[in-house]
Design a protein around this ligand. Structure first.
Ligand SMILES: [Zn+2]
Ligand SMILES: [Zn+2]
Length: 252
């Protein structure tokens, strides 16, 4: 299969590698149809990690199930699935508490696994024609009938939308409260979107890039451009000196 291989810092290439395959009875094999490049891929690409030469990049993946292991029950061949980037087992103490980002099973000696990521287990990435998904019944998000028409939307469930949503969770945001979100990149924009879904009374998005702030405004947020004056000063002015109830750091 073709895959994007990490060769060295600032050096990746499309290469032919052995096909991904079912290795355990709990695996699912997915033919990747859509995958995102993430800002956090830069950690590996720019050589800031211990990512090994020859590894396949890509942790934001979506595709069609082409094979399932003998112990897979819920996921079927032909299902369109999105693969959230954290790999969990579904049965360890942390997974049972919903802390799947710190699964105790999938990355022995550490906690937490991910596809194509440094120090997150031996799992290959999905910027490839095929992806092996461990514990497939737990890690495959089976998509509705319209998946093939909306791949560009559903692939956001692999990282960007839930990451932004989780930032608002960690902030403790309650309906009716106001929130300041620092960073109008994809995660910040998704945090703004999440805050509005959760009933925030006012959402400020802070950045210095006008094009990104325009997207925040389009979502219904109040853009705060730090290229003009200090964000805190602007937000205090817009809230009668009160400031916001909550905040999210989405700069990275
Ligand atoms: Zn990502
Ligand atoms: Zn687990």
């Amino acid at each position: 299969m073709k895959a994007i291989i990490y060769n060295a810092p600032y050096d990746v290439s499309v290469q032919n590698v052995p096909d991904a395959k079912i290795e355990k009875a709990t695996d699912v094999l997915v033919r990747i149809t859509t995958t995102n490049i993430c800002g956090s891929d830069l950690h590996m690409y720019e050589g800031r990690t211990s990512f090994e030469t020859g590894r396949i990049l890509g942790h934001e993946n979506l595709g069609e199930v082409v094979e399932v292991g003998a112990a897979v029950d819920r996921v079927k061949v032909g299902d369109m699935v999105c693969l959230p980037f954290n790999i969990g087992c579904g049965f360890c103490d942390n997974c049972e508490r919903g802390l799947t980002g710190y699964c105790l099973t999938v990355n022995p000696g550490s906690a937490g696994g991910a596809y194509g990521f440094a120090d997150m287990g031996p799992y290959q990435g999905g910027q490839a024609e095929l992806l092996r998904v461990p514990y497939g019944d737990f890690n495959c998000l089976v998509l509705p009938e319209d998946a093939k028409e909306k791949e560009d939307d559903y692939v956001m469930l692999s990282d960007i939308l839930p990451t932004g949503w989780h930032a608002t969770e960690l902030s403790g945001l309650l309906p009716g409260e106001s929130i300041a979100i620092y960073g109008a990149g994809p995660v910040g924009l998704m945090a703004a979107h999440a805050a509005m879904i959760k009933g925030a009374s006012q959402v400020f998005v802070v950045d210095s890039h006008p094009d990104r702030l325009a997207l925040a405004a389009k979502l219904g947020a109040t853009p705060i451009n730090t290229a003009q004056t200090e964000a805190v000063e602007q937000i205090l002015n817009l809230t009668n000196g009160k400031g916001t109830d909550r905040g999210c750091e989405c700069v990275g």
